[in-house]
Design a protein. Structure first.
Length: 672
C-alpha cells in the first residue's frame, strides 16, 4: 500500500504500482482505510466501564490509570492460577509484530492459557500440511497462463482481487473458468460454468473426479510414480466414488462430474484456486486433501501455470520461536498450559472449571478480534462475556460488540500508524509495514500495550521490552535460501522482497512432507488416529448424518463474507455499509414459495441455537435447499441485534480443530 499524507493525516490509500502482485490496485474495502483510520467513532483514549456489561457505557481514563487497574486485577490471578487468564486474538492485524510477538511472550511468561487460533483456515492448512507438507502452492502470477481454472469454494471478486485479475487475463487468452460453489456468487456469474454442489460435499466431488481420471487414463504415471506416495491406496478409495454416487451426494448431475474430470485431466495447464469457504464444514480438512491430490494425479505441477493455490504462507521462512518465545514458559511446569479452542469460547467462558478443564477463566484480554460478533454460537459467547466476575480487557479501534462487554478498553493503532512485518498467503513476497502517520489520539500499538502492562505488573523478563524494530529484525530466518541472506534493513528500504522460489515449485517433486512427495497416503495421519487417505465426511448437520435434525431444519445455511466487509471489519464504515444496506438472506424461489416468503420482506432464520432477522432476496443465486446470509454484521448495527452466528455451531472440523460455520441447518419463516 501507498499512503498519501497531508498535514499529518492520511487522505488516500492506494496500491503500490511497483509491487508485482498488487499492480497499483486495492480492493474496495482497503481503499477506504484512510476513512477508517480517521473515523469519527475512532477510540482515542482508554475507557473504563461505568454501566452494566454489554451496555456500552464507559468513561475516559488515562493510560497510566488503565494499566494500573489492569495490573491490580491480573496480578493476584497470575499468582494463584495463571491458566485462569486467557488471550483471545486472531487476524485483526496480520502482522508478525503487532500480532503474536510481545503478546505471546507476555502470556508465556505468566503461564496463561493458550489459545488455539483456528477460526478461519486451520482445516485447510491441515489438509495441505498432510498432503504437501505446508501451506504452499503455485504462484498467483502464473494463473494468467492457465488454460483451465477451477475456482473452488472461492469468490475472488470479493476476497482475492489480485488473483481475479490474473484469472480474467487467462479468460481473455482463451482459458475456461469453472466455479464450484453452492452459491452463484459474483465470481460464479462471470465464469463459463457454475457447479452448484451441496455445502460440505466437495470431497465427494473430488473423489468422483479421481474415479474418472483413473478409469479413463488421465493419470500421469511418471509423475505419480516419482513424486507421490500411496497411489494404489488412493485408487481403491476413489473406486468407491463412481460419478453416480458422487453426484447423488453433491446434488448435481453425474455427467457434470465426468465432464469436469475429463476437462481437468486433458488440460496440461490446469489450475485450482481454492479458498477457505469449502473447508468450514465437518469434513473440511479431508476435502482439501482430496482436492489437493488432483494436480499430482494429472501431473499439472509440471507446468508453472498448473497446480493449486489455497495459501502460499508456508513459503515464507517466519521465525515463530524468535517472535513468540515459547521458551519463556515458567520452568517446573508439569505440563504446558492448557489450550482453549477459540471456536469454543462460548462454552469455555461458561465452564465452571473442574479437574479436566482446569480453572475457570477469570480474565480475558482481547486484541485483533471481535469474538462477540465473529465467534460461533453467539448467544453463548455473549452470555460468557456478560459474566460479572470475568475481567475483560479489549484493545480496539472502535467500540465493537465485544468492546461493549469490556471492563477496560485501550485504543489501538491501525496499520497506517505502526511498524510491522507481513508474510502473504496470496503471493510470494514478504513486506515491511512502515508507519505513515503518527498514532491518532492516544492510540498505541499492541506491542506497547503489552510492554506497559508488563511494567505495571513488575515483570522483569527482558524479552518483554524489546522494541518493534528489534522484533521485526527477527521475524524471518534471514539465512533461509528463499531470502538469500537478505535482512530487515533491506526489507525496510525496498518495502517488499520476493522469495526466491522456482516458477513451477513441484515440477520435480520436492514437497515439504517427510517423504518429499505429495502424500495421497499420510502415515502421520494414521499415527495420529485418523484415516490416512482423503475421504468424504458428511456434514454434522445434514440429512445424511442427522435426519431428525434435517426434518426440523431442512435448509442448509452458509454465511460467506459480504463484498464490502472483511469478517466484522469495515462494517461501521458508512460508505461501505450503505452499499450492503441491511442484513439479507438469499433464498431459492421454490424454498421461498413453500414458506410464503416474498422478495423484500423480513424473515426470521432460526434453529435450536438462536435466530436472526434479515431481508429476504428471492433468487436462483441460492441453490434449492440452501440459504445464504452474506456476513458478518456487527450485532449492534443489525435490526434485531443479532447476526449469522446466532445459528452457527461450536462443532469442530475433522482436521485442524477449525470452525464449521457452513455446517448449519436452519428454518426460515416470514415475519409478515
Amino acid at each position: 500500500m501507498r499512503v498519501t499524507v497531508q498535514d499529518g493525516k492520511a487522505i488516500k490509500v492506494s496500491g503500490d504500482p511497483d509491487h508485482p502482485p498488487t499492480q497499483g490496485v486495492l480492493c474496495t474495502k482497503v481503499t477506504r482505510y484512510a476513512e477508517r483510520t480517521h473515523h469519527k467513532d475512532r477510540l482515542l483514549t482508554p475507557l473504563r466501564r461505568v454501566g452494566p456489561k454489554g451496555s456500552g457505557q464507559f468513561e475516559p481514563i488515562s493510560w497510566e490509570e488503565g494499566l494500573r487497574i489492569a495490573a491490580d486485577r491480573l496480578q493476584p490471578i497470575a499468582r494463584r492460577a495463571p491458566e485462569a487468564i486467557l488471550p483471545y486474538s486472531y487476524a485483526g492485524t496480520m502482522g508478525l509484530v503487532q500480532g503474536e510477538s510481545i503478546a505471546a511472550r507476555f502470556f508465556n511468561v505468566l503461564g496463561a492459557s493458550r489459545l488455539d487460533r483456528t477460526i478461519c483456515a486451520a482445516a485447510g492448512a491441515a489438509g495441505l500440511r498432510y498432503t504437501y507438507g505446508a501451506s504452499v502452492g503455485m504462484h498467483v502470477d502464473f494463473f494468467e497462463e492457465s488454460e483451465l481454472i477451477l475456482i473452488w469454494g472461492a469468490n475472488p471478486i470479493a476476497s482475492s482481487l489480485h488473483f481475479w485479475t490474473r484469472a480474467q487475463e487467462a479468460k481473455r487468452r482463451g482459458a475456461k473458468l469453472i466455479a464450484i460453489d453452492p452459491y452463484k456468487s459474483l465470481t460464479a456469474e462471470k465464469c463459463h460454468q457454475h457447479i452448484a454442489l451441496r455445502p460440505g460435499t466437495d470431497a465427494a466431488l473430488a473423489l468422483g473426479m479421481m474415479h474418472v481420471l483413473i478409469r479413463e487414463g488421465f493419470v500421469d504415471r511418471d509423475y505419480v510414480d516419482a513424486h507421490t506416495l500411496g497411489f494404489d491406496e488412493l485408487a481403491k478409495r476413489a473406486s468407491l466414488y463412481p460419478p453416480s454416487r458422487a453426484a447423488a451426494i453433491c446434488g448435481i448431475d453425474e455427467q457434470v462430474i465426468v465432464d469436469l474430470a475429463r476437462a481437468f485431466g486433458s488440460t496440461k495447464k490446469a489450475a485450482i484456486r481454492l479458498n477457505y469457504g469449502m473447508q468450514r464444514v465437518r469434513g473440511g480438512g479431508n476435502a482439501v486433501r482430496a482436492i489437493a491430490c488432483l494436480p499430482s494425479l494429472t501431473g499439472a505441477w509440471r507446468e508453472r501455470s498448473g497446480g493449486l493455490l489455497l495459501s502460499s504462507s508456508g513459503w515464507a521462512p517466519t521465525h515463530a520461536a524468535a517472535l513468540q518465545r515459547p521458551d519463556l514458559l515458567p520452568g517446573g511446569l508439569a505440563k504446558p498450559p492448557r489450550i482453549v479452542n477459540m471456536n469454543a469460547i462460548g462454552d469455555a467462558l461458561l465452564h465452571p472449571g473442574d479437574a479436566s478443564f482446569g480453572p475457570r477463566i477469570e480474565a480475558l484480554i482481547v486484541y485483533n478480534s471481535n469474538p462477540v460478533a465473529v465467534a460461533p454460537d453467539s448467544a453463548k459467547v455473549a452470555a460468557g462475556f456478560a459474566r460479572d466476575d470475568l475481567f475483560t480487557i479489549v484493545l480496539e479501534h472502535f467500540q465493537t460488540d465485544t468492546a461493549d462487554y469490556a471492563d477496560l478498553i485501550f485504543p489501538a493503532t491501525t496499520q497506517l500508524e505502526h511498524l510491522d512485518v507481513h508474510q502473504s498467503y496470496g503471493h510470494t513476497h514478504v513486506m515491511a509495514n512502515l508507519p505513515a502517520i503518527a498514532p491518532v489520539g492516544e492510540s498505541r500499538p499492541n506491542t506497547e500495550f503489552f510492554r506497559g502492562l508488563a511494567r505495571a505488573m513488575e515483570l522483569t523478563e527482558p524479552a518483554l521490552f524489546e522494541t518493534d524494530e528489534q522484533i521485526a529484525s527477527k521475524a524471518f530466518r534471514w539465512d533461509h535460501p528463499t531470502l538469500k541472506d537478505q535482512n530487515w534493513d533491506a526489507l525496510k528500504a525496498s518495502g517488499w522482497l520476493k522469495l526466491d522460489l522456482p516458477d513451477a515449485p513441484f515440477a520435480d517433486g520436492g514437497f515439504r512432507t517427510p517423504s518429499g512427495k505429495c502424500e495421497f497416503y499420510s502415515q502421520r495421519l494414521k499415527d495420529e488416529g485418523h484415516d490416512p487417505l482423503p475421504d468424504y465426511i458428511p456434514p454434522y448437520e445434514s440429512a445424511e448424518a442427522a435426519p431428525e435434525l434435517a426434518a426440523r431444519y431442512p435448509l442448509a445455511m452458509i454465511s460467506p463474507p459480504a463484498r464490502n466487509f472483511l469478517n466484522s471489519s469495515f462494517v461501521n464504515i458508512e460508505s461501505l455499509r450503505a452499499t450492503e444496506r441491511e442484513p439479507h438472506l438469499d433464498i431459492h424461489p421454490l424454498d421461498a414459495q413453500a414458506r410464503g416468503i416474498a422478495d423484500g420482506i423480513q424473515v426470521r432464520i432460526f434453529n435450536d441455537r438462536g435466530s436472526m432477522q434479515a431481508c429476504a432476496r428471492v433468487t436462483e443465486r441460492a441453490r434449492q435447499g440452501v440459504v445464504v446470509g452474506l456476513s458478518i454484521w456487527w450485532k449492534k448495527l443489525s435490526p434485531d441485534g443479532c447476526n449469522a452466528n446466532q445459528v452457527t455451531s461450536q462443532a469442530l472440523t475433522d482436521l485442524g480443530g477449525s470452525a464449521t460455520f457452513y455446517d448449519c441447518l436452519v428454518e426460515v419463516e416470514s415475519l409478515h
